[in-house]
Design a protein around this ligand. Structure first.
Ligand code: SF4
Length: 690
């Protein structure tokens, strides 16, 4: 038996693990890889359960009566499944044009699959209709980073830098639950006297260990960041030399934060002035880091909110120095790589813009097509879903690695729109809630059954290695895309060999922002991953960005003036409380995988709504009661968990189960098109109360 070094199928930390194929089960052990150093969380330790899980899809499924989604799904051959898919694609293109067929990808796809999916839609389908679930994940911080730094890499420094920072400000980030092995770096810093400050409306496990916990009203983070910068200006904590030599446009931001005086910010956010001042004092005692995550980004003003934290980091001179800087903590396994290779509506490989003529020419040459053939940018993820059933909307949709019915906001709208499709194909390892609506369901290979690369939260490109073959009737997504392209007459442009796809990706990314040209499977293996950008094989890779300049036109980072505005939906008499959503330690994303792992469901069998005892008392709710949450879009019944760690005006619900997103607001950030998952107005009552 040969042991295989590979990586966890779940989050963006991409912990290393060793798999030993065995009978009856694969044995899984943590590996001493740089990010996890022998640690794994409960999700990682139990990941092998996915491989031989009894719920696993082992054959394609099709509707018993073609065209009737009320008829049951039945097992089918690949030939029959492909025949139905290709017939639906051809019919739709003949009747409604190429853009009537589209794809929805995922941040869990390997770099090779994300690349192949983007190319499949542009070259095989010749459609503009593609986007992916990363739009719901960290598109706001990505947009803000591109505006300020000219580049978007979650952490522009290696994870181990966290251990060397004297102060770490975590905003809307809960790594203690989301990626526990990463806490060893924060814990090491704390053991050496570092101070951690957590900004979160609830006292998470991360906040529990922090020196300071700021609990702002959800939706007021931008005002908080501007208020901290106001104090830093008044207290003389600016790094004037850094601002003068490395940045531009500070004057506009300085003027903007003038009106965010501490008393006003305390009123807006609910954070006491003393905590604001203490936060600035600690940040000024560097080296310091500001790390944001979904709590900052998933708002109708998420891009500007992330921007406000970047402004603060730049003004304090934190960026581009060791143990210091601004970073955003990516969530999905390939959340970073998934947004670099062309599965976004507006993007080509190498993080190139689809509307840039030079980028189109470069990528078209690698693909061997005429640049004029490449479609223009299409709709963002939620806009694409919402346009289904409308003139010019998608009518046939392929969904890969995404469980939209649970993960997208306003479930009732998503289900309605998916039902309005002429044809829905879902490729997954389990029969997800989205697969239940499909015309055809395709069983796909899993993480340990295929080769490929992922790019973790640090921009480190790592390699997934095949430990065992997929079950006989299961194909990889690369094979499915190659087969479908062949049946559509475009097979010569595609291959299902991951290494060949990666070699092409290297050429397509060469010269782009996310440059993988110098990265090979062999280098990844021998160097414990390679950090992009890496433009040539003799380039060492780039663990730390911005040390000397920024990849902007001027070489300087840009301050961007941003101002607070209220969330798209605020509490009122009918819906008097704020709902905010987030993660539990035992679950991952929509839960399609982790809700099936016994050890994880035993530890946490169901979604719990976190409610402050004062709020619970007002509504006669006791710990463990079922409560009904209602918003303008729907209702969900969850079991109450009383906690004095949450604001009394705020309710928390995890999004890993169906329910939370029945309530959430699909209002989109105008820059990133991120939905406002983190704030909507709800009413609450004990279930059964009239
Ligand atoms: Fe897997 Fe993330 Fe847990 Fe590591 S922290 S074991 S990558 S889920």
């Amino acid at each position: 038996m040969t042991a295989t070094q590979t990586h966890c199928p779940y989050c963006a930390l991409q912990c290393g693990m060793t798999l030993t194929p065995g009978i009856p089960r694969v044995r899984l052990e943590p590996a001493d890889f740089p990010v996890n150093r022998g640690g794994l969380c409960a999700k990682g330790f139990t990941a092998a359960d996915l491989l031989d899980h009894p719920d696993r899809l082992l054959t394609p499924l099709v509707r018993k009566e073609p065209g009737n989604r009320e008829s049951p799904l039945r097992e089918a051959s690949w030939e029959e499944a492909y025949d139905r898919i290709v017939t639906a694609i051809r019919d739709s293109r003949d009747r409604y044009g190429n853009d009537s067929v589209g794809a929805f990808g995922g941040g869990g796809l390997t770099n090779e699959k994300a690349y192949a999916l983007g190319k499949f839609v542009r070259v095989a389908l010749r459609s503009s209709a593609i986007d992916y679930n990363g739009r719901f994940c960290m598109s706001s911080a990505a947009t803000a980073a591109n505006r300020a730094f000219g580049i978007d890499r979650g952490l522009p420094f290696p994870l181990e830098d966290l251990a060397g920072a004297r102060t770490v400000l975590l905003v809307g980030a809960n790594p203690a639950d989301a990626m526990p092995p990463s806490m060893q770096y924060l814990d090491a810093g704390r053991a050496n006297g570092a101070k951690h400050i957590v900004v979160d409306p609830r006292r998470t496990n991360t906040a529990n260990g922090a020196h300071l916990h700021l609990q702002p009203l959800p939706g007021t983070d931008l005002a908080l960041a501007n208020g901290l910068l106001h104090i830093a200006v008044r207290a003389g904590h600016l790094d004037e030399s850094f601002i003068a030599s490395r940045t531009e446009n500070f004057a506009a931001v300085r003027a903007a934060v003038n009106s965010y005086w501490p008393e006003r910010v305390e009123r807006m956010t609910g954070v006491p002035e003393a905590q604001l001042r203490e936060t600035v004092r600690l940040l000024a005692d560097g080296p310091s880091m500001i790390l944001t995550a979904r709590g900052t980004e998933q708002h109708s003003n998420g891009t500007n909110t992330a921007q406000a934290w970047i402004n603060l980091a730049l003004a304090l001179g934190l960026v581009g120095k060791p143990f210091s800087g601004y970073g955003t903590i990516t969530g999905q396994g390939n959340g970073q790589g998934g947004r670099e290779h062309g599965q976004k509506a507006d993007q080509l490989p190498g993080y190139r813009r689809l509307d840039d003529p030079a980028a189109r020419a470069h990528v078209a040459a690698v693909w061997g097509v005429d640049p004029a053939e490449l479609p223009q940018p299409g709709r963002s993820a939620y806009e694409m879903i919402s346009a289904i059933g409308e003139e010019g909307g998608v009518r046939v949709l392929l969904v890969l690695a995404s469980n939209l019915v649970v993960s997208a906001p306003h479930t009732a709208n998503v289900v309605d729109r998916l039902r309005a499709l002429d044809f829905l194909v879902v490729s997954d390892i389990f029969r997800s809630e989205t697969a239940e609506l499909a015309d055809v369901v395709l069983p796909t290979a899993q993480w340990a059954e295929e080769e490929g690369t992922m790019t973790n939260l640090e921009g480190r490109v790592i390699r997934r290695t095949r430990a065992l073959p997929p079950p006989p009737m299961v194909k990889t997504d690369l094979t499915v895309l190659t087969d479908l392209a062949g049946l559509l007459g475009r097979g010569e442009f595609f291959t299902d060999q991951p290494r060949a796809v990666f070699e092409e990706l290297r050429r397509a990314s060469a010269g782009g922002v996310a440059d993988y040209a110098g990265i090979s499977y062999e280098r990844i293996e021998s160097e414990d991953g390679v950090f992009w950008p890496c433009p040539s094989e003799d380039h060492p890779g780039t663990p730390r960005l911005f040390t000397e300049s920024f990849p902007t036109a001027s070489g300087r980072a840009r301050f961007i003036r941003v101002d607070h505005r209220d969330p798209a939906e605020v509490p009122d008499q009918a819906f008097p409380y704020v709902l905010t959503t987030g993660r539990n330690m035992q679950q991952y994303q929509s839960g399609n995988q982790t809700r099936r792992v016994k050890a994880l469901t035993v530890a946490l069998p169901e979604a719990r709504a976190e409610i402050h005892p004062d709020l619970a008392r007002r509504h006669g709710i006791a710990d463990g009661d079922l409560v009904e949450l209602r918003s303008r879009r729907g209702a969900a019944t969850l079991r109450a968990r009383l906690s004095d760690g949450i604001r009394p005006d705020t309710v928390f619900a995890p999004f890993h189960w169906p329910g939370a997103n029945a309530l959430t607001d699909p209002a989109l950030d105008p820059h990133s098109k991120m939905p406002a998952f983190k704030v909507c107005a709800v009413a609450i009552a004990r279930a059964g109360t009239p």
